[in-house]
Ligand binder design. Structure first.
Ligand code: GCU
Length: 421
């Protein structure tokens, strides 16, 4: 081969790899793609009744997400025991009940425990409850000194004084900005939270956390279609739900599962798997959460699998730089939550999570809600910033960054007031 030909090939290959690595932040660069129709089965049958949705389409979509995106939970594990570690009937200046309950799971002579921190408003009976994970321990969400500090592995965080992967009192109250507890309790809602690292430490090592309890002999990695960390975190939310069902203080029929970012991905998957959740809130969940993978805007499947190889099942890696081959997209994950109320929230500056892709997902999921006579996003255009849509399928984009703010909670509470009271 002549040198110029070789050079051209080389330049072409280099430019290909650069363009693959470049993040798309320009609408004009979004590729053309087909939006898989939630109401047409893989075999081409059009779904026009809720019965057919539930019998034919929903199960095949759910199975697809299980086998190819988040991974299957290998076995059904029941709560082995629960233990009330601490309780107070006069928490938060006498406004709330506080409970700290440890759930324990055992299998194959191995054990895992995680602790639910629960606040219930004293002035409301059968309050609806927001349930969501936190990133750095239950003690970070409040200044409440009684909240127990987890001994589970944590990511380090200089700003929060977290070193050696160990949580200490130095980080107490560091995340109060993300948890509008007073607003929630005053509005008559409960709040339950769990440190996600207790269910599965967020590192590329699936030999610990809940995974290792369920390995068969000589297994130390999930199989190709078995669960990654997001599915493990979603599992933990369902186990909290098992506990709420046996706790007479909680109205298990009104649990709204909530999550931010990677924990928003987990909340969506939990809501899709477990129809006992009455509602679902995804806060800035982005790639592998609410936003559409095929747009490849912001974070892509290849990038997320590269940076967080443990989050999804191994099969999902088939779609790295290969979104066209995906038979589904994330709006169909949202559709699995129908007809239960669903709220997707974006932030203007959170382009990594692709706000428009998050909005489009809610819009394309809406046909399934409409089948149930529920109000989705219909023909609406993407709203302006800070102009929420509070239908059964709700959406807002607020000003600001990737975060959970008081504005977000104010919207969730308003929306919940119309759908859960
Ligand atoms: C990273 C990751 C996102 C994720 C986020 C988070 O930015 O790329 O997918 O949502 O972390 O969980 O904070």
């Amino acid at each position: 081969m002549k040198i110029p030909v070789l050079l051209t090939i080389l330049l072409f290959l280099v430019s290909m790899s650069i363009s693959k690595a470049q993040t798309i932040y320009n609408e004009n660069e979004v590729p053309l793609f087909e939006v898989p129709n939630p109401l047409i089965t893989f075999k081409g049958k059009t779904i026009s009744t809720t019965a057919d949705w539930e019998k034919l389409r929903r199960p095949e979509l759910h199975a697809f997400f299980k086998d190819n995106v988040y991974g299957r939970v290998p076995k059904n594990l029941k709560i082995d025991s629960y233990h009330i570690l601490e309780q107070d009937d006069n928490a938060l200046n006498g406004k709330a009940l506080r409970r700290q309950v440890e759930l324990t799971f055992t299998h194959n002579n191995k054990k895992l425990s995680f602790t639910i921190l629960l606040y219930l408003p004293k002035h409301v009976k059968n309050a609806a409850l927001f349930l969501g994970y936190n990133f750095y321990g239950n003690h970070t969400i409040t200044e409440d000194e009684a909240v127990i500090i987890s001994s589970a592995w944590s990511n380090n965080n200089e700003e929060f004084g977290i070193e050696n992967n160990t949580l200490t009192a130095a980080s107490r109250g560091k995340r109060t900005n993300r948890w509008a507890i007073e607003k929630i309790i005053n509005a008559g809602y409960g709040l339950a939270t769990i440190y996600y690292g207790e269910v599965d430490p967020d590192k590329n090592d699936l030999s610990d956390g809940i995974h290792h309890l369920l390995y068969s002999e000589n297994q130390n990695q999930p199989k190709l279609e078995e669960w990654g960390s997001i599915a493990a975190w979603a599992w933990g939310l369902s186990k909290a739900m098992d506990y709420f069902e046996i706790n007479p203080e909680v109205d298990a029929s009104k649990v709204i599962v909530f999550g931010h970012s990677r924990l928003g991905k987990s909340a969506l998957w939990a809501g899709a798997n477990d129809q006992r959740f009455a509602g679902v809130i995804s806060n800035n969940s982005g790639c592998g959460g609410a936003s559409m993978s095929k747009r490849t805007f912001g974070e892509t499947i290849a990038v997320i699998n590269e940076r967080f190889p443990h989050w999804f099942c191994t099969n999902f890696k088939e779609y790295n730089n290969n979104e066209g081959a995906l038979a589904v997209d994330q709006h169909q994950l949202l559709a699995l939550i129908a007809p239960r109320p669903l709220y997707v929230a974006s932030a203007k500056e959170d382009r990594w999570a692709d706000p428009k892709g998050e909005f489009l997902s809610t819009k394309y999921a809406s046909s399934v809600y409409e089948l149930y006579g529920k109000k989705g996003i219909g023909n609406m255009e993407m709203p302006n910033t800070n102009s929420p849509i509070h239908n059964t399928v709700a959406y807002h984009i607020r000003t600001g960054k990737h975060d959970v703010t008081d504005y977000d909670w104010e919207q969730y509470i308003k929306w919940a007031n119309t759908h859960f009271k």
